[in-house]
Design a protein around this ligand. Structure first.
Ligand code: SF4
Length: 401
């Protein structure tokens, strides 16, 4: 598996696969064809269908001067997030490259093996990690430390996550885009309206934190993929909430991110963290699983409790579709991050109470199931905005005109 730095990427929202990945592809192309002074970029599949709402064309034009971006809705490609870049020196064609944006800001270039990121971890499944820990008398945190020194980077990650929460809670107004969605983090946090179910401030805070980060993402702010931009609100919300409640130290937070990172890495390596490839179960499902593992670790769970928390959280997101309305990472994405945070905490609590040794379903089994489920979801429900909420929203809107 790859470094946790590949999972927790720092970059601008709103979408790791639709902005961070294409930007990286454009930079690689620009470096390879440094004499090009004109570019044509073709977007295919989900990049074409939701590229406008996800700001794909905007970020490419920001990266490549004198660039024409073409949206190709018809051509079928190997990967749902494909882009092809052509470079020219005036009228002379210099070359072209095809890239796949595979999720979490990672890309693969067709036929270019050298872009593949170096693997850092030898073990690629939770089972293999468990066996390794047992043989070497290690825990998950020392396991990560034995492969990479990442504390300083994770410190930076935490700083960005928490500033997203603070900034998001301080803002009001409308998010960019034609949906005119109002920011709600501040309202949820400060709302004085009477509670229907006793004291619900704890839950409201947790949701408000997730809203704050996701709203920062939706407005193009600097965020951390955890594991993607679309799902970047879940883990920071859990972290900030537990920090307030249990005074978690920076060291504990860094270690918690290592534990959550291993969970995200296993999903990313063996299945997918791309909504266009496997639906939202791969994005918010994985984020919820990572956050549940984080919470189980902070709440002093053992290795099996951590596995169980991650497994419960992902299992109950199986089948979750990706159908962003008008292609914006706003509906259902922002609200879904808030619900993901609540579910992550519930999964951790459940995993700490039930006998984790009796689990019949392992984390690896759920990961495999998530991939199979994702592959059998129709294309219309995988970040194309052709089905689900996106389709019905459009139909109702068109009818009411
Ligand atoms: S529905 Fe989920 S996977 Fe799709 S764009 Fe929104 S957060 Fe990402």
């Amino acid at each position: 598996m790859y470094s946790l730095q590949e999972l927790y990427k720092i970059g601008n929202g709103p979408s790791s696969s639709h902005t961070m990945g294409p930007k990286k592809a454009a930079l690689i192309f620009k470096a390879k064809y440094s004499n090009a002074n004109r570019f044509i970029v073709h977007l295919y599949g989900s990049l074409a269908l939701t590229g406008k709402g996800h700001l794909t064309d905007y970020i490419i034009k920001e990266t490549l001067d004198n660039c024409l971006v073409l949206f190709d809705y018809k051509t079928e490609t190997k990967h749902p997030n494909t882009l092809m870049i052509e470079g020219y020196l005036d009228d002379k064609f210099l070359g072209k490259m095809t890239f796949y944006s595979i999720g979490g800001g990672n890309i693969l270039a067709e036929g270019e093996k050298e872009i593949k990121v170096k693997e850092v971890y030898k073990e690629n499944s939770f089972l293999a990690i468990k066996e390794y820990l047992k043989e070497n008398n290690l825990d998950l945190v020392s396991y990560v430390d034995s492969y990479e020194s990442i504390d300083n980077y994770l410190k930076e990650v935490i700083g960005i996550m928490y500033s997203n929460i603070k900034n998001g809670l301080n803002k009001s107004g409308v998010l960019p885009g034609k949906l005119k969605v109002k920011r709600k983090a501040r309202y949820i946090y400060f709302s004085k309206s009477e509670s229907l179910l006793g004291d619900d401030f704890d839950k409201r805070k947790l949701m408000a934190y997730a809203y704050a980060v996701s709203e920062e993402n939706a407005s193009g702010g600097l965020v951390v993929t955890a594991p993607t931009c679309g799902a970047c609100g879940v883990l920071p919300a859990i972290m900030f909430y537990l920090k307030e409640k249990y005074n978690t130290t920076l060291k504990e937070e860094i270690n918690g991110l290592k534990v959550a990172g291993i969970i995200g890495n296993i999903v990313s390596y063996n299945a997918s963290i791309s909504g266009a490839y496997a639906g939202c179960q791969a994005e918010v499902g994985t984020a919820t699983s990572m956050a549940a593992a984080y919470a189980a670790y902070i709440l002093k769970g053992e290795l099996l409790n951590i596995e169980r928390a991650a497994e419960i959280a992902l299992e109950h997101n199986l089948g979750l579709t990706c159908d962003p309305v008008e292609g914006y990472v706003q509906i259902p994405c922002i609200e879904r991050n808030a619900l993901g945070a609540l579910r992550a905490l519930d999964s951790a609590i459940l995993a700490l109470y039930i006998d984790a040794k009796e689990a019949k379903i392992s984390f690896d089994t759920v990961v495999m199931t998530m991939l199979e489920t994702g592959l059998s979801l129709p294309r219309s429900l995988k970040e194309t905005s052709e089905g689900g909420l996106a389709k019905n929203y459009k139909e109702v809107k068109d009818e009411s005109k």
